[in-house]
Design a protein around this ligand. Structure first.
Ligand SMILES: Cc1ncc(C[n+]2csc(CCOP(=O)(O)OP(=O)(O)O)c2C)c(N)n1
Ligand code: SF4
Length: 289
């Protein structure tokens, strides 16, 4: 793979919408092909079309921009996605993505990673799963945990909005106790599943729980998780991206909600295995972090 793979076919360029051409020209990878790139470049770059089909103000859109800007090697990264609100964004970015059957994303990612390592033994390929809590922790939990047990060298990022948003508001295991949704009118009967701890006990070498309130912190976690997955083993990021629609907030209230939850259900949790810790020190010394 190379950067050219994202280029619009010259024969079709004339008929492409202006925003697609802008995406090609201004994506973070396009502007800084040979330079270090990251969250600092976000104001001048474009990872996601403004005309994406999420609700206005949905924190998932901002969070995806932070994640994409932090990828260490976007041209050699495959993002595996699953059905849900997150999947509405993937047709609007300029990166390699694979849409998998709902819940199967970690199984699909495992296969892709193994084949890429076999096919391109001399090139580092990063495989990142990005899906909602319904896909990652509810319906796909078996596949998620099995990929950790097998020590697959992939990073799993759960956009945890604590609800099945795309299907209109059913509760998931990640929903907070007592929470009522349109399609869960009696309220959640038990506590939120601490998936970040399950990830640790299931063999992840790096596991964090956080909100998407602070772009730099999200970018740091993404970069560290991907680097650890390259060399050591599976990594997990649980990222709160509230569904403002289902909890009755307006478009400008997502950030405030995330800041509130920084002190509550998403109070910072970070597990780094000793091997991963050692490796991250080396990465820092080499300027990769
Ligand atoms: C195999 C399969 N089962 C169920 C569905 C229905 N479905 C589509 S999106 C969705 C909910 C997604 O919830 P989540 O993963 O939490 O993502 P969100 O929409 O909240 O971002 C479900 C159950 C499906 N598309 N395919
Ligand atoms: S339904 Fe919720 S998660 Fe989905 S796009 Fe709207 S605000 Fe975002």
């Amino acid at each position: 793979m190379s950067h050219d793979i994202y280029k619009i076919n010259p024969e079709f360029r004339e008929i492409m919408p202006k925003e697609i051409i802008e995406l090609e020209e201004n994506a973070t990878w396009a502007k800084n092909m040979d330079k270090p790139r990251g969250i600092k470049e976000l104001p001048d770059t474009k990872e996601l079309l403004e005309e994406h089909s999420l609700c206005a103000g949905c924190p998932e859109a901002a969070a995806l921009r932070y994640v994409l800007s932090a990828l260490p090697k976007p041209e050699d990264t495959i993002i595996v996605n699953s059905t849900g609100c997150t999947s509405l964004m993937f047709p609007h970015i300029a990166l390699h993505t694979v849409h998998s059957l709902f819940g199967n994303q970690n199984a699909v990612a495992s296969g892709i990673k193994r084949v890429l390592d076999w096919r391109f033994p001399d090139t580092q390929k990063d495989v990142v799963v990005l899906a909602g809590d319904g896909a990652t922790v509810d319906i796909g939990l078996d596949y998620t945990l099995q990929s950790f047990f097998r020590q697959e060298k992939i990073t799993t990022i759960c956009f945890d909005n604590e609800v099945y948003a795309n299907t209109g508001g059913q509760e998931s295991g990640m929903t907070a106790k007592g929470q009522v949704f349109k399609m869960a009118p009696t309220g959640k009967k038990f506590d939120k599943v601490p998936m970040w701890e399950l990830a640790k006990t299931s063999g992840c070498h790096y596991s964090v729980n956080m909100t998407a309130s602070a772009p730099k912190a999200v970018a740091k976690a993404v970069r560290e998780a991907i680097l650890v997955a390259r060399e050591i083993g599976p990594t997990y990021i649980n990222l709160y991206t509230p569904c403002i629609l289902e909890i009755g907030l307006s478009a400008n209230e997502g950030l405030g909600e995330m800041k509130d939850q920084d002190k509550d259900r998403f109070a910072s949790y970070k597990h780094v295995s000793p091997e991963a810790e050692e490796y991250l020190k080396k990465c820092k010394a080499e300027g990769l972090l």
